[in-house]
Write a protein that binds this ligand. Structure first.
Ligand code: VGL
Ligand code: ZN
Length: 217
């Protein structure tokens, strides 16, 4: 029985993920792990700081598994449909990640990864509009995330970050729409709301994302 026959369909996919398959190019997308989205921030989610620390650990532990690591950030200047002084916390939000404010910065554990080049690219979104998906973001050259991923010949993406029910969800769904294999590292994500977070995980599964816990010690 050939290797291909033994590991058919889903089993082959899972097998590949646990072996060093030279043909796979794996990317990691770290979504919006910024000061305003963790405890103490203007839109802090519960568990955000813990998730930031666990992501940093994951990136360092699995550095040889990823050919490319990219972090997105939300960065607003004037996004009137998105930001309100009377937010409903589902379509409008308090001011957050405003240009030039400390809340827009990556959490220090993540900024260290940028400084040490574990994170090779940063993509930015939302200057003048709501932009939940990292696929709306551009790098320092103005290149869209999709083009940056193609440039790096990535075909599989692991997704983690904040918030599960908003930017992680939108990014993972866009990754599937763009034909990537997607794994959502569920324990490296934190939701705004527990119930919409659970709904988002179901939606991502229905769209063909694997939802798995990361296993760094
Ligand atoms: C986000 C609400 C508003 C996110 C961004 O990163 O999930 N959520 N802007
Ligand atoms: Zn925002």
């Amino acid at each position: 029985m050939s290797r291909r026959e033994r590991f058919s369909g889903r089993d082959r996919y899972i097998h590949r993920r646990h072996s060093a398959n030279q043909s796979m190019r794996n990317g990691l997308l770290v979504v919006d792990v910024q000061q305003d989205f963790v405890e103490g921030g203007s839109l802090g989610v519960k568990g955000g700081m813990q998730v930031a620390a666990m992501i940093a650990r994951h990136v360092r532990h699995f550095r040889n598994e990823y050919q490319f690591v990219v972090a997105s950030r939300d960065l607003h200047e004037d996004a009137p449909e998105h930001i309100s002084d009377h937010p409903d916390f589902s379509t409008t939000w308090p001011p957050h990640c405003m240009v030039g404010t400390p809340g827009a910065a990556f959490v220090p554990t993540i900024q260290n990864l940028v400084r040490e080049k574990y994170i090779q690219a940063v993509v930015t979104k939302g200057r003048h509009e709501a932009a939940y998906s990292a696929f709306e973001a551009v790098d320092v050259r103005g290149h869209k995330l999709l083009d940056v991923l193609k440039e790096n010949r990535i075909d599989h993406i692991d997704v983690c970050g904040i918030a599960t029910d908003y930017c992680v969800r939108a990014s993972a769904l866009d990754a599937r729409k763009n034909q990537f294999q997607v794994r959502v590292l569920v324990n490296l994500c934190a939701p705004v709301n527990e119930d919409t977070g659970q709904q988002a995980l179901e939606e991502m599964k229905a769209a063909g994302c694997q939802v798995q816990a990361a296993t760094a010690p």
